[in-house]
Design a protein around this ligand. Sequence first.
Ligand code: HSE
Length: 441
Amino acid sequence: MINVAIIGYGIVGNGVAYILENQKNLLKEKANCEINLYKVFTRNWNKNFPYPLKDEKKVYSLEEIIRDKNVHIVVEVAGGIDFPYKVITEAIKNGKHVVTANKALLAEKGKDVFELASQKNIRIGFEAAVAGGIPIIKALREGLIANNIKKVYGILNGTTNYILTAMESQGKSFKQALKEAQEKGYAEADPTLDINGTDAAHKISILASLSFGGFLNFSEVYVEGIENIDTLDIELGKELGYTLKLLAIAKSHEKDVEVRVHPTFLRSDHPLSKVSGVFNAVMVEGDNVGEVMLQGRGAGSLPTASAVVSDIVNIAKSIQIGIGQEIEVTSINWKHKDLNLTKAKDFFTRYYIRFTVPDITGILAKIASVFASYNISIAAVIQKEKVVKLQKESSQHIVPLVILTHTASENSIQQAIREIVRNKLCLKKPIIIRVEDEEEI
Ligand code: HSE
């Protein structure tokens, strides 16, 4: 019998307990041994839980789990960074295998955790840390092992995808859609981490580490969220044949890697454009396999718990074979080396830029000439005849002017925009949305 202790009894913890107790027989058959929900720790038991536990399973101090020799696997689903770091490192030092859904911890302190686990011959399962129920970690470690991965990208945050989908297709406000995502249990305890792109950045950093074989410095990842997205841009993008997604992108270059998260226009016929609501999807490009796409629920109690339980079963099987004796596929890609991140402004992509300009002769030509001076080639222009706003104090008309560029460097775009603003060719800070629509350059 394998004893499992859960630390943190929130949405995911409840889902894990539910599956362990309600699918006991199925799991026994698959793991070839009984998997027992042994103890659960949470800070406050005086709440209503979706899956209430019998009193004998509840513990009131962490020590009751960490020091208990009967605990084989500790499941950390508490969230945050400092507390789980302490819990996980203590568990490892006490010889317990760990399953965690904690992407923040792994992206920011994964190197320490994996090095300690490797010294102590301990297994760390983290399938649930990226894209909820989608088995992308196992796909990268096992199914795609025969490939050099050049690129991995996708929609890795359910909350923001839910919001963008609701804004686009149902005309819901940002606030209303966020509230719904929170009610459904998709959002982080602090939804700022969803909205500002940090959650997706944590997840893509983990995928980049696995795909490209090494650890990276999370603080160097380029991150931008959806907090400033206006439905006007979603509509104008649609006219150009694009759909807006919060995309997480990791690419491998000869000497370095590029990891970034930002709102991104994708061609509306791109498979990721069809991924809506809470669904996540990941595309992997391997040199032998070509493109592989995995799609599924990226958040929510049971989908995330499904990934946690898959790690529990895997570790339970490893324990039976003898840790270190089993065919160790799990550490192949975690080489303990550091990846060199391309500087945030060094990447190349296409750009959608919306200027708010006065409707006067020659404005477009002046903006275009700044672009030309930075070697930025314009692919399309939309200028709406419709007046968006009329300034009260003057009769000046204000119109949105959208420029779609060919592939350009982030650096040259930022410089050109600064010059346009400095020369007062636009009335407000321009809106910049990157466009992932690869073209031959
Ligand atoms: N808050 C996350 C999301 C949940 O919305 O995708 C799982 O990480």
